[in-house]
Ligand binder design. Structure first.
Ligand SMILES: *[C@@H]1O[C@H](CO)[C@@H](O)[C@H](O)[C@H]1NC(C)=O
Ligand SMILES: *[C@@H]1O[C@H](CO)[C@@H](O)[C@H](O)[C@H]1NC(C)=O
Ligand SMILES: *[C@@H]1O[C@H](CO)[C@@H](O)[C@H](O)[C@H]1NC(C)=O
Ligand SMILES: *[C@@H]1O[C@H](CO)[C@@H](O)[C@H](O)[C@H]1NC(C)=O
Ligand SMILES: *[C@@H]1O[C@H](CO)[C@@H](O)[C@H](O)[C@H]1NC(C)=O
Ligand SMILES: *[C@@H]1O[C@H](CO)[C@@H](O)[C@H](O)[C@H]1NC(C)=O
Length: 579
């Protein structure tokens, strides 16, 4: 084994180094400003300023989950920084420590030669660190332009990626090198969590740091109240897109034969709002592993219809050594602005193969419409950032919609299918397993106007012995899991308790599981677990939409219309409860 000198986390804000490290970060003017102002700070008015700066940092740090670490890390900031300076410094600190974590993981990778599972973990970490770097730099950029909602979304993701690595390393925690790396990552996620909490407070209270406070959740009765008061149809894939390239099964007809080749042909680094690269995937079964990398933005998959255009794979964690849940995805998308319409994506590994993802997405502001996702455990990995699913069908059984994204599912059909292993014996299925780890993360799942049912086969099985076939709306994969079902139809298969614990009482006091005006035999609330909620009556329509918009995006063009009744006819009667 190679010996390494393990570094301590950077606890202070190192002024000089930051000018170099931050070059990629679009915050150069700020850093230069900070550098200059710090180097020119004088002693003449230090008393007044050091006191007021101390108060400012103290108030900002009080709003974090780890105020002690926050104060220590920012203690070398002076000259009366304003809240934006404080936040940018916290972001920079997170970024610098991420570089250190990266080099530790490289050391671990070098030391892992010949061990497949360790190598996989190390490589996965290095990959998510790259994503984390990218999102941190976007956070800083968005913040300096007053786009605080975007900053929250990006920093939430940056933190999630750091956590992902830590979480993966748990399974390789059998050397002191890994143990030390994990400890380092713990301090890194603390710094990132603190930066995120400050961004959240800046979004809620602006520069008035006296009002800043630790992140609260709906469970504490806290709702972000700035909704538009309207609620309706979300974004969609534009009609009549002209394909740039075509994928088909007929060799020699001038089209690509694999989806991946077509993706590879897309230009890199197109602006997020900019031109799309439209790939028409003709009817056919494409057996391949498709990856849309970070730099391929605005890629659009247009199929010829559900079950006509099918992308299929079978990678899985249960039967393949060195496979991870993340990598098992048949289609995995990271580039922002991804869209897909009219196709099926599946993972056919089967019910005994454990985690086997069909579709995984880290694509911010992605729109998926009229698509079908088929799998068993972990079908749809809505991993991070903001995603919109419209009129989709999602099929699975164990935790089959999961991840730590802000995802909105509208008009979707959610179907449980049998687990092949001894289906008659009975089982517990959770439809969702949202993975929010920090109360400041602006993530959550919202299901609006969806149908929760089983496939024909499953419902037959279910009705043969309803008592042993249990299906729950969700369970807390992580402590601050957040999921809401609104105006959805819940079939009989949903058990009266509604929601399922993960392990003992883990997360039960911190999660938020809400239901609002659902219908169907599974929607009866009388026997629900005490730790789930009905969206309370006092929460106005406006606050509810505020919650949804904060989860999804204010910058995204989500148009909500007011008060549509059963048949889509506007009902002007009330501001409350008429949607
Ligand atoms: C490979 O790494 C894993 C995880 O750290 C460990 O459990 C296993 O014993 C290692 N295998 C070998 C052959 O060293
Ligand atoms: C990693 O292993 C060390 C030593 O066995 C242990 O003390 C520590 O709790 C482990 N960390 C995690 C996160 O499991
Ligand atoms: C906070 O103060 C800074 C510096 O004065 C200013 O640029 C910014 O717009 C203020 N933010 C808000 C939300 O008022
Ligand atoms: C894709 O097609 C659009 C519209 O037809 C066009 O404007 C754009 O330049 C094309 N992109 C590439 C990379 O060919
Ligand atoms: C649920 O699925 C069953 C079995 O396919 C079907 O009979 C039933 O009508 C479905 N429920 C709804 C509300 O569509
Ligand atoms: C809900 O369930 C309770 C008992 O489990 C029952 O008394 C009540 O009538 C049900 N409500 C509806 C609307 O079906």
């Amino acid at each position: 084994m190679t010996t390494t000198r393990l570094r301590k986390p950077i606890k202070h804000f190192p002024i000089i180094r930051s000018t170099l490290l931050i070059l990629s970060m679009a915050s150069i003017p700020f850093i230069l400003f900070l550098f200059l102002s710090l180097s020119h700070s004088t002693h003449s008015h230090s008393h007044f300023h050091s006191h007021s700066h101390y108060i400012h940092i103290q108030q900002a740090c009080k709003a974090t989950r780890f105020p002690h670490q926050c104060q220590t890390s920012l203690s070398s900031l002076f000259n009366n920084p304003n809240p934006i300076h404080i936040i940018q410094s916290a972001i920079t600190l997170s970024s610098q420590n991420l570089f250190t974590a990266q080099s530790m993981l490289k050391t671990f990778l070098d030391a892992s030669t010949g061990n497949r599972s360790r190598t996989t973990v190390a490589k996965s970490c290095l990959q998510v660190f790259q994503y984390s770097h990218h999102r941190i730099s976007l956070t800083s950029h968005a913040l300096s332009r007053g786009r605080t909602k975007d900053a929250r979304a990006f920093m939430s993701a940056a933190l999630a990626y750091q956590y992902n690595c830590w979480s993966g390393l748990k399974y390789a925690n059998d050397t002191s090198l890994v143990f030390k790396t994990m400890s380092f990552l713990e301090s890194l996620t603390i710094l990132s969590s603190n930066a995120l909490a400050m961004i959240l407070n800046y979004d809620l209270f602006g520069n008035d740091t006296a009002s800043w406070r630790p992140p609260r959740t709906e469970r504490d009765g806290f709702w972000e109240g700035y909704g538009s008061g309207t609620f309706g149809s979300g974004p969609s894939v534009p009609a009549n897109l002209t394909p740039n390239v075509t994928v088909c099964k007929e060799a020699g007809s001038g089209c690509y034969e694999t989806v991946q080749e077509a993706v590879d042909a897309a230009p890199d680094d197109v602006d997020v709002g900019g031109g799309k690269f439209v790939i028409h995937i003709k009817e056919g079964v494409y057996e391949e592993r498709v990856r849309v990398p970070l730099r391929k933005r605005n890629v659009v998959f247009l199929g010829d219809g559900i079950r006509k255009t099918i992308i299929t794979g079978s990678a899985n964690v249960g039967l393949q050594e060195g496979m991870t849940t993340y990598n098992s995805a048949t289609v995995g998308v990271v580039g922002d602005g991804f869209m897909a319409k009219d196709l099926t994506i599946q993972n056919t590994a089967g019910a005994n193969a454990h985690q086997a993802v069909a579709f995984r997405s880290d694509s911010d502001l992605s729109v998926i419409e009229k698509c079908e996702f088929i799998g068993n455990q972990d079908t749809l990995y809505a991993h991070s950032l903001r995603q919109f699913y419209k009129s989709c069908r999602i099929i699975g059984n164990v935790d089959f919609i999961f991840g730590n994204s802000a995802s909105f599912f509208q008009d979707c059909e959610i179907l449980v299918q049998p687990r092949q292993a001894r289906p008659k014996k009975g089982e517990n299925n959770a439809i969702t397993a949202h993975g929010r780890t920090d109360p400041a993360q602006s993530t959550g799942f919202v299901f609006h106007n969806c149908l929760v049912n089983g496939t024909d086969k499953y419902m037959e099985l279910y009705y043969s012995k309803p008592k042993v076939h249990k299906n729950y709306l969700g369970r807390p994969w992580k402590e601050y899991s957040r999921t809401i079902f609104i105006h959805s139809f819940l079939e009989a298969l949903i058990t009266p308790q509604g929601w399922m614990p993960w392990s003992g009482d883990f997360g039960l006091n911190t999660l938020y599981y809400g239901e609002f005006k659902n219908t169907g035999p599974g929607s009866n609330l009388t026997k629900r677990v005490s730790w789930s909620s009905q969206v309370p009556c006092r929460v106005s329509f406006k606050e509810m939409t505020g919650f949804i918009i904060s989860v999804i995006s204010s910058s995204w063009d989500v148009r909500f219309q007011k008060c549509h009744g059963e048949n889509g006819i506007p009902n002007p009667a009330s501001d409350q409860f008429c949607w």
